[in-house]
Design a protein. Structure first.
Length: 319
């Protein structure tokens, strides 16, 4: 039985910010802070930035709430078993840095570390759209595509902790070059920037679109978020871009179904609201995209946690 009064700190570290929150046993975020992340100088400066976010949670609390543990989600590569940040491209301040050990030294509580998609998947299982499922696939679609696999009620890490990088599953050998070095990763084809890029390419051939006006005549200004606004206005370019995106996501998730046959697939991230009206279309696209005999029995769900997924996910690591 859970300790209903147990409070943990969830910390979400990004390349530019640190967000932290106090989270109770029901997954409710009781308070939040956000501070800049420091990415240059000695590694201790990064630790100072994380501590500033955590300490900010208690600046107005009286009496100070005792915390049971600290969970941290951070960009990879990292080792969730040892709590070491290995060499994340957008956090150059940390290389082979024992972040969990350093946090334990400062706060004298248990500390858990994992990447953001894994952590968010765990939060959805504990408190969100994944409740009741012990085997599901989670995808966060935003600037990139991060994924996590929940297997038998636990994060599937693989041999070294690097498993679950579904966003870098290639579906087009001749596709765009991804930052990971591969071509045709689903991230390069269906994440927010890819949606904006395809709209830009279409506007080069036909500027008779509300996107042209939204971008003030500069195609390079068109973004995935702008495509979403144009879609509300029933713009034909936005409709075509989203039709293509649905096809790509259907094919990718068809591969996931054949590989994992999850009980459910859950989608979160900043682009999930844009995808929400198309979830049934994506599922219909599984016909012919996988060999599974009954893909339509697998629900495709929106994640419950939005911008707070990192905080909730980090806290879920401590459950």
């Amino acid at each position: 039985m859970k300790n209903e009064s147990r409070i943990v700190v969830g910390v979400d570290i990004g390349g530019t910010k640190v967000a932290a929150g106090l989270v109770n046993a029901e997954g409710e975020i009781l308070s939040r802070t956000r501070t800049p992340m420091l990415t240059s100088g000695p590694p201790s400066r990064g630790l100072d930035a994380v501590s500033a976010a955590i300490n900010g949670l208690f600046s107005e609390a009286s009496p100070r709430i005792p915390i049971a543990a600290i969970g941290i989600c951070a960009p990879g590569p990292l080792d969730p078993k040892t709590g070491v940040i290995i060499n994340p491209p957008n956090l150059p301040i940390w290389r082979d840095y024992p972040l969990a050990e350093e946090m334990r030294r400062v706060y004298n509580v248990p500390v858990r570390l994992d990447n953001d998609a894994n952590a968010a998947a765990l939060a959805e299982m504990n408190w969100g759209a994944g409740r009741g499922y012990t085997n599901f696939f989670y995808a966060t679609v935003g600037t990139g595509i991060g994924t996590g696999i929940i297997f038998n009620g636990r994060i599937f890490h693989g041999k070294t902790g690097a498993a679950g990088e579904g966003g870098h599953m290639g579906i087009d050998r001749n596709g765009p070059l991804c930052n990971c070095g591969k071509r045709g990763c689903i991230e390069t084809l269906a994440a927010g920037p890819a949606i904006g890029r395809r709209a830009q390419e279409k506007l080069e051939k036909n500027t008779n679109s509300v996107l042209w006006e939204m971008a003030s005549g500069d195609i390079q200004n068109v973004s995935g978020e702008m495509v979403g606004r144009a879609l509300v206005l029933n713009d034909f370019v936005a409709r075509e871009v989203m039709r293509e995106t649905v096809v790509l996501l259907s094919y990718w998730l068809g591969n996931i179904i054949d590989l994992l046959e999850p009980e459910a697939i859950i989608v979160g991230g900043g682009v999930s609201s844009l995808l929400a009206p198309f979830l049934d279309d994506i599922r219909q696209g599984w016909h012919g995209a996988c060999v599974n005999p009954d893909p339509m029995s697998i629900p495709l769900l929106l994640a419950d946690y939005g911008e707070d997924a990192g905080i909730a996910g980090a806290a879920a690591l401590c459950e």
